[in-house]
Design a protein around this ligand. Structure first.
Ligand code: NDP
Ligand code: GDR
Length: 373
């Protein structure tokens, strides 16, 4: 029997990699996409299957995590073997601007799905994965963070995700559902949203290299994160639903770097040597040398990184470092892509795109580069 999976957030970074992964495994994949005024399926266009062809294995449904009847109807239509709840207002800084919406989607959205599964009598059939997050640890109580580390969320996003974490545990305990949390530390890729820090850096520096932008304006570049590759992490999401007993797992690399480090590596990928000086809001990143032809627009002495307090958060998560021992021991999971390899892949992809833009500009076909981050 072909297994059926339902993915909320299929148009996002993780949703797109997970859909690819499950299609390769032979699943019939259903995804929920939001209605938008412009196309929003760029990350999954390459796996799109024409619904007019016989037996397409990828099917999209319009929906929203804020709409109970819509979610229940989709669950009834699909009767999925596995639900991956990846949909969310996933930006921490934005959650301070839109806390109520974030709670509705990121907290109550999870309840709507779990209750829909129960209401339809699918609780013994449908396995449920919740996209939990290292942001739950927030103000960290223990280093490194593992499954037993106490939580202290530091943003409306993290507080909403804390509700989702516990409601998932609660449905497992109360109704015997196979429901589990993946507590995932930051994971990135060339498909990462442009306003998250890694992608902002790789895209911004590639644009600067090609003369499309002058300077990267950053927030707290001393923040420390444990970054992995999204491809490695979606494999683990699937593995978590294939066990005999549902359990929660930390997924991380166990290695931590600063945002400043990530800027330095990204610049180095473009042949730009950069030095940081100054402190706090006055810190700057200055070009020391340019050693390749990938950055024709950059000159030594140029300041290409500045701090803009606009990007500081009302409450910051300064440091996160995960301990993935349980995932390694019980599931045999190991990340295969290092953060430096991932950084190189992201820079290469963003450089390709910046070069295309620069070429169009050279030929008078100027396309605006979106700079508002
Ligand atoms: P993205 O922001 O790339 O994707 C989020 C997805 O959720 C998009 O498909 C988005 O749709 C969809 N979405 C947003 N709001 C709604 C809504 N109201 N109803 C339905 N769908 C909605 O996130 P990632 O792929 O990076 O992350 C996947 C999940 O994992 C998220 O829940 C995130 O919070 C969590 N997480 C992510 C980590 C990371 O480092 N990437 C780490 C830990 C947890 P659209 O494309 O239309 O915007
Ligand atoms: P995070 O990711 O908040 O950890 O949440 P993000 O990449 O946004 O920030 C990481 C760290 O970098 C600092 N930072 C900046 N961040 C952004 N976005 N823009 C900047 O200009 C900037 N300058 C410094 C931040 O302050 C922070 O400390 C991500 C999301 O994917 C969540 O959905 C997920 O749950 C967590 O990772 C784990």
């Amino acid at each position: 029997m072909t297994k059926k999976a339902l993915i909320t957030g299929i148009t996002g970074q993780d949703g797109s990699y997970l859909a690819e992964f499950l299609l390769e495994k032979g699943y019939e994949v259903h995804g929920i996409k939001r209605r938008a005024s412009m196309f929003n399926t760029q990350r999954i266009d390459h796996i799109y299957q024409d619904p007019h062809e016989p037996n397409p294995r990828l099917k999209l449904h319009y929906g929203d995590l804020s709409d109970t009847s819509n979610l229940t109807r989709i669950l009834r239509e699909v009767e999925p073997d596995e639900v991956y709840n990846l949909g969310a207002q996933s930006h921490v800084a934005v959650s301070f601007e839109a806390p109520e919406y974030t709670a509705d989607v990121d907290a109550i959205g999870t309840l709507r799905l779990l209750e829909g599964i129960r209401f339809l009598g699918l609780e013994k059939k449908t396995r449920f994965y919740q996209a939990s997050t290292s942001e739950l640890y927030g103000l960290v109580q223990e280093i490194p963070q593992k499954e037993t580390t106490p939580f202290h969320p530091r943003s409306p996003y993290a507080v909403a995700k804390l509700y989702s974490y516990w409601i998932t545990v609660n449905y497992r305990e109360a109704y015997g559902m196979y429901a589990c949390n993946g507590i995932l530390f930051n994971h990135e890729s060339p498909r990462r949203g442009e306003t998250f820090v890694t992608r902002k850096i790789t895209r911004g520096l590639a644009n600067i290299a090609q003369g499309l932008e002058d300077c990267l304006y950053m927030g707290n570049i001393s923040a420390l994160r444990d970054w992995g590759h999204a491809k490695d992490y979606v494999r683990m999401q699937w593995m978590m639903l294939q066990q005999d007993v549902a359990e929660d797992f930390v997924i991380a690399t166990g290695v931590q770097y600063s945002v400043r480090d990530f800027i330095t590596w990204s610049a180095a990928e473009l042949g730009i040597e950069i030095a940081f000086s100054g402190e706090g809001e006055s810190e700057i990143g200055t070009v020391v040398a340019v050693t390749s032809d990938m950055a024709p627009a950059v000159k030594p002495g140029q300041v290409i990184v500045r701090i803009d307090p606009r990007y500081f958060r009302p409450a910051e998560v300064e440091t996160l470092l995960g301990d993935p021992t349980r995932a390694k021991e019980r599931l045999g999971w190991e990340p295969q892509i290092t953060v430096q390899e991932m950084c190189a892949e992201m820079v290469a992809e963003d450089l390709r795109s910046a070069r295309r833009h620069a070429l169009l500009r050279e030929h008078g076909m100027d396309m605006p580069v979106s700079l508002e981050l």
